[in-house]
Design a protein around this ligand. Structure first.
Ligand code: PHE
Length: 348
């Protein structure tokens, strides 16, 4: 019995000396393992007489249980110490000031201008349409009454893609948003085909456009917004009213004038450039060109799949970058496309 007590004491000491789970398992083997001290005592039982076997056996069992209890206690203590150490290592100092997000993204000024344009025309009942930037020759030119080999095609000289369309002509990066007049009107005409009457077409189509051009006011990629209003009785005065309302809302002032200056586009007749003049502010008194426009040419109405005797309307195509430059007072168009955060963060 005495010897047994010693064994529990030395097991406790050995367990206490183990500072990791692995060390504790090693210490356990010395007492409870196959060649451990308790197992050795069990082996000695074999040689004892029956009566002694019983008492000695029970004694060894109690000893074993006592050592196991020591082991459990040490295991629990080690686990708790480990948890404490982990909590300490991962401690948060809740008294530190919070970290601000480095920078919130924001809408690009051109995107902002587009959203304004969509909202303003939306309020006047215009739908907003979106279409391909890679176009066929027919949509970019022919459908817009721009005959093959006509010099007017060079007004919108663009980039070509190394892939041909169904007519064997190279696909182009659309030089203007005008193809969307045709695409939208065709879909509209198809939708109401065979019906006695068709609701008016009233749509804008903002998006990217491409031309072989590059300087402070021209970029090879730029943005336009196309407008189209076609019905049975739509005239130039509607264009004037709609466009004036648009620029007034876009620039948030009634103190501006419009001028319609005769011009030429193959897809409108008559055609006009729209110039705008502010009555006050830094740009006061200068005519600024903001849009091409005109009454949709009857051939274009036919190419839309509509009866040119019945339907008439107007179209315009405005440079969004130009409008954004005027609204935000940006002098160089290229600033919009350089991705310089010092410039862009001013629009946050
Ligand atoms: N597509 C013409 C351009 O890019 C603008 C325009 C659109 C003119 C619609 C008239 C009507 O210059």
């Amino acid at each position: 019995m005495h010897q047994s007590m010693d064994l529990v004491v030395s097991a406790r000491a050995a367990f206490a000396a183990a500072s990791t789970a692995a060390e504790l398992e090693n210490a356990k083997a010395r007492f409870l393992g196959k060649a451990g001290a308790v197992t050795e005592l069990m082996k000695e039982l074999a040689g004892l007489p029956v009566e002694q076997k019983k008492t000695r056996g029970a004694e060894i069992n109690r000893l074993k249980q006592a050592i196991e209890a020591e082991l459990q206690a040490r295991r629990a203590a080690l686990a708790e110490a480990e948890l404490k150490a982990q909590l300490k290592a991962e401690a948060l100092d809740v008294t530190l000031p919070g970290r601000r997000p480095a920078a919130n993204g924001s809408l690009h000024p051109i995107g902002r201008a587009m959203e304004r344009i969509e909202a303003i025309f939306g309020s006047m009942g215009f739908d907003v349409a979106d279409g391909p930037e890679i176009e066929t020759d027919w949509y970019s030119f022919t459908a817009l009454n721009n005959p093959e080999n006509h010099p007017a095609r060079s007004m919108q000289d663009t980039f070509y893609v190394d892939v041909n369309d169904a007519e064997g002509r190279p696909l182009n990066l659309r030089p203007h948003t005008s193809p969307m007049q045709i695409r939208y009107a065709q879909a509209h005409a198809r939708k109401y085909a065979g019906q006695a009457s068709m609701p008016e077409i009233r749509v804008i189509a903002p998006g990217r456009t491409y031309r072989v051009d590059s300087d402070a006011t021209h970029s090879p990629m730029f943005h336009q917004v196309e407008g189209l209003w076609v019905g049975e009785n739509i005239s130039f005065k509607d264009l004037k009213a709609v466009y004036l309302r648009f620029v007034q809302a876009f620039f948030e002032t009634d103190d501006l004038k419009l001028r319609f200056r005769p011009s030429y586009f193959p897809f409108t007749e008559p055609s006009a450039e729209i110039d705008m003049m502010f009555g006050s502010g830094p740009l006061q008194g200068r005519w600024l060109e903001v849009s091409g426009s005109g009454q949709v040419h009857p051939q274009v109405i036919r190419n839309m799949g509509l009866d040119a005797e019945r339907y008439i309307g107007f179209a315009f195509g405005s440079g969004i970058d130009r409008l954004a430059m005027l609204r935000y007072g940006v002098g160089d168009l290229r600033l919009f496309f350089e991705g310089d955060l010092r410039f862009l963060s001013q629009f946050r």
